[in-house]
Each structure stands twice: as structure tokens, then as C-alpha cells.
Design a protein around this ligand. Structure first.
Ligand code: GUN
Ligand code: FE
Length: 433
């Protein structure tokens, strides 16, 4: 039986297609949200509709998906000490050590959740530090704020200062404990993930056990790959038996459809074809790649291979929590690679693409009946439509802010739509009895 609508939202709607990288624009639509937080209907407002526009001047799109972000780097966002390896030493590891302190961890978890909501991010794939306590604090904050996350401990048992490491046995026990208590909470709003930080930070045993748990419990496995030439060289020194960087992860059971690889900048043709063969997802982090001087990932190539691709802020190498800004950086990077990816495809990647990369596309990334009402309202001048609207949404950094962020019909920030199912003129959509 269909639930009665919790709210009817009226406005300009940008509705991503389920599979093709296109966005359907509805100039004046009604989105009905049922009491269970799912979308019951999307239809054109009738000509005589008297319901006021819910957020005048705003467009409504699905919640943005951050496919790669680091919780303990929230406060070092913009710390300029790149490239990658010196930046990790100078900026990241000293900051991550502070997450041994629960008070510090709690304050930063609040800041991160507030930043997600302010930027319209409703789902994020989050690397924590190696501290189980801080990881739990982050999960509590995500739960309390009504956000979604697929998160986990950053697994690291070597190649960094002792305060940011955790021996493999302890780390895996903590993963098991967090998994048992948190995974799938609130109908899958919160999920656990295995996160061997990158091959350099993991002993072969830890990599192997992370891969094993990912497959055993069907957990996303997230890691970094091929971001920087010095990183690649050091990886191959540590794993001389593997044929290349991807081979290191393959040799330890870390590659498959549950794998999400961040960066993927300097992969060989052979590595790209193996990613495709194994249905691996890519987290494209262009703003971070610019800030650390890492290079430009060949986004068009990844798309043409048919890989699932999401966009990641990669805060704190990324300088923003805004997926709109990341989409703009992705545009710049695509031009530098000589193969443009335009705003329609980029907005699709920031919403539907992220949901697919994180295996949450059964319920997220579309505005259509049956999908969860994870919605964002963003100010865009009312005179704009068509391609100009998408250009303004993604490329005018001084343009309008996020007006409202909603998960399952619940407004996390901004003006709530009318919560009464007031009269909707015009024919009712047909509903199953
Ligand atoms: N490689 C390993 N750790 C990190 C990290 O924290 N950020 C980025 N950008 N790359 C990494
Ligand atoms: Fe990262």
C-alpha cells in the first residue's frame, strides 16, 4: 500500500537518468515524498497548480555523493605542502595523530557533518584515521545528523609515525566490532567499509586480510592507487613480486566489483583494461589532484571503458567539500587531457554516478518513484534553463548556495517544505490500491 505523501515539493527539477549520463530538466514539477521517505511520484505541475514553489529560485536535484573523503583531514583542508608524500608527512600524519583524543575527534566530526549538509552532500565514502574510537565518533555524528556514509578505519600498520598506526590484529578486531554494531544501521543509511589506506601503509598480511573481510562480508573496499610517481615507485619497491600497482592489490585479493579506487592518474593501458574486466569503481578527485600536482585522470577514457565513476572531494588534499566545485575541476582536468566531459555528464557523476560507484544505486541518485527522497535545493537564477542552467550550477563559484539538504524526505538544513499533504490541484497520479 502506498503511504500518504509527507510532503509535496514544487519546483524546477533536475532528474538524472538511471544509466545514461543525462539529466532530464523539469521546469515546473511536483515531487511527492511518502511517509517512508521515498519518492511516490514525479510529475509536471498542472497549469492551474496553486501550490507555491517550495524554494523559489532554486533547482532540485538528488543529494550529492562524495565518493572519496578523509574525516581526519577536515581541519587541514588547504594545507599547502604538496606533493603527495611530503604532504602526508608534514600535514596529514601530525593532524591524524590528534584523533586519539575523543574530544578533538568529536569536534571535527561535527564540523565535517555540517560541511556535508552545507554543500548538499547526502552520502559520503569516508576514510577515518586508524583510531577505532574516532571512527565510532564519526559514525555517531553521521547517524545523529541524518546523513549517509560508507566509512571505516584507515588501515595502516607501517610507513608512518607510530601514533597514526595500528597493528593489523588490533585493527581487524576493531573492524569486526564496528561492523557488527554499525553496518546497515537505519536501513543501510550507515555502512562499514574496509579501507587499506594504500599499499605503502599496509603489510602484505594486512592487505590480504582487508580483501578477505571485504569479500566475506560484502563490504566496499576503498583505497588509493597511482596518484603520484614517487608513490608508485615506492609501492613497487615494497612489493617487488607484483607486476604493477594494480597487481599489488590483485595479488592480495583487494580487486573486484566492491573495490573503489581513488585517483587512477598514472595507470597503464593494461591496468585500465584489468579495472574494466574486474568491474572496479573509480573515485575521481580532480581538485585534490590539482592541489598536490598529481596530474589529470583520463576521465573520458574511464567512462568509455564503462567503468563506474564517482566524484570525490578528497578533503583535505581537496580544498572544498563542494561536489559542484569538484565537478568544475573535473571539467578543467578533462580539457587538459584533451577529451572534454561536459556539465551534464559531470552532474550525473556527482549524483547517480557516485551512487553506482558505491553500490547504492538501487535507492539513490534518481528522482523517480521508489527512490529515496535524498534531495538538494540549490539557488540558480530563474531565467536560466537548459545547458545554461547546468553551467551556472557547476561553474559559477560565486553563485547561489545550497538552500536545503534532505535525506529520505527529512530536511537536514534549510527551509522545510510544507509537511502537511495540502491540496494538490489537478488529477492525482494513479496509485496502486
Ligand atoms: N594516499 C594515501 N593516503 C592519502 C591521503 O590521505 N590523501 C591522498 N590524496 N592520497 C593518499
Ligand atoms: Fe584520499
Amino acid at each position: 500500500m502506498a503511504d500518504s505523501p509527507l510532503a509535496t515539493i514544487r519546483g524546477r527539477v533536475l532528474a538524472p537518468s538511471p544509466r545514461s549520463r543525462t539529466i532530464e530538466q523539469w521546469p515546473d514539477a511536483l515531487v511527492e515524498v511518502a511517509a517512508d521517505g521515498r519518492i511516490a511520484a514525479l510529475r509536471e505541475a498542472p497549469p492551474d497548480c496553486t501550490r507555491p514553489v517550495t524554494w523559489p529560485g532554486a533547482v532540485i536535484l538528488p543529494g550529492l555523493v562524495d565518493a572519496h573523503v578523509h574525516y581526519p583531514q577536515t581541519r587541514i583542508l588547504g594545507s599547502a605542502s604538496g606533493p603527495l608524500l611530503p604532504w602526508l608527512e608534514r600535514s596529514v600524519f601530525p593532524e591524524e595523530a590528534r584523533f586519539a583524543d575523543p574530544g578533538y575527534a568529536a569536534a571535527v566530526a561535527e564540523e565535517m557533518c555540517e560541511a556535508f549538509i552545507a554543500q548538499g552532500t547526502t552520502l559520503a565514502a569516508i576514510y577515518c584515521s586508524a583510531h577505532p574510537g574516532a571512527t565510532e565518533i564519526l559514525l555517531e555524528a553521521i547517524e545523529r545528523h541524518g546523513l549517509r556514509a560508507v566509512a571505516g578505519l584507515a588501515l595502516m600498520d607501517r610507513s608512518a609515525p607510530p601514533p597514526v598506526l595500528l597493528p593489523a590484529a588490533e585493527a581487524l578486531a576493531a573492524c569486526d566490532d564496528l561492523h557488527a554494531r554499525w553496518h546497515g544501521r537505519d536501513d543501510g543509511r550507515i555502512r562499514l567499509s574496509m579501507i587499506p589506506r594504500f599499499a605503502i601503509s599496509c603489510t602484505p598480511e594486512l592487505l590480504r586480510d582487508a580483501g578477505l573481510r571485504s569479500r566475506e562480508h560484502e563490504l566496499l573496499l576503498q583505497t588509493h592507487i597511482s596518484e603520484n610517481p614517487d608513490e608508485i615507485e615506492h609501492t613497487l619497491e615494497l612489493f617487488p613480486g607484483s607486476r604493477d600497482y594494480l597487481g599489488v592489490y590483485e595479488d592480495h585479493g583487494c580487486v573486484g566489483p566492491l573495490t573503489v579506487l581513488a585517483h587512477c592518474i598514472h595507470l597503464s593501458e593494461d591496468e585500465w583494461s584489468r579495472l574494466r574486466a574486474q568491474d572496479v569503481a573509480v573515485a575521481h578527485c580532480p581538485d585534490s589532484n590539482f592541489f598536490l600536482g598529481s596530474g589529470c585522470m583520463p576521465l573520458r577514457k574511464a567512462l568509455e571503458l564503462g567503468l563506474r565513476v564517482g566524484l570525490g572531494t578528497d578533503v583535505g588534499a581537496g580544498r572544498t567539500f563542494s561536489l559542484r566545485r569538484v565537478a568544475a575541476a573535473a571539467y578543467d582536468a578533462s580539457l587538459l587531457r584533451g577529451a572534454m566531459v561536459g556539465p551534464e555528464e559531470l552532474l550525473w557523476l556527482a549524483t547517480r554516478g557516485g551512487a553506482r560507484a558505491l553500490h547504492q544505486d538501487d535507492r539513490l541518485g534518481c528522482i523517480a518513484p521508489g527512490f529515496d527522497a535524498d534531495l538538494v535545493a540549490v539557488d540558480v537564477p530563474a531565467r536560466l534553463s537548459g545547458p545554461a542552467l547546468l553551467d551556472a550550477l557547476l561553474f559559477r563559484h560565486d553563485a547561489g548556495p545550497v538552500r536545503a539538504t534532505m535525506v529520505r524526505g527529512r530536511v537536514l538544513r534549510g527551509e522545510a517544505p510544507t509537511l502537511e499533504p495540502g491540496p494538490t490541484p489537478g488529477p492525482e497520479p494513479s496509485r496502486p490500491a
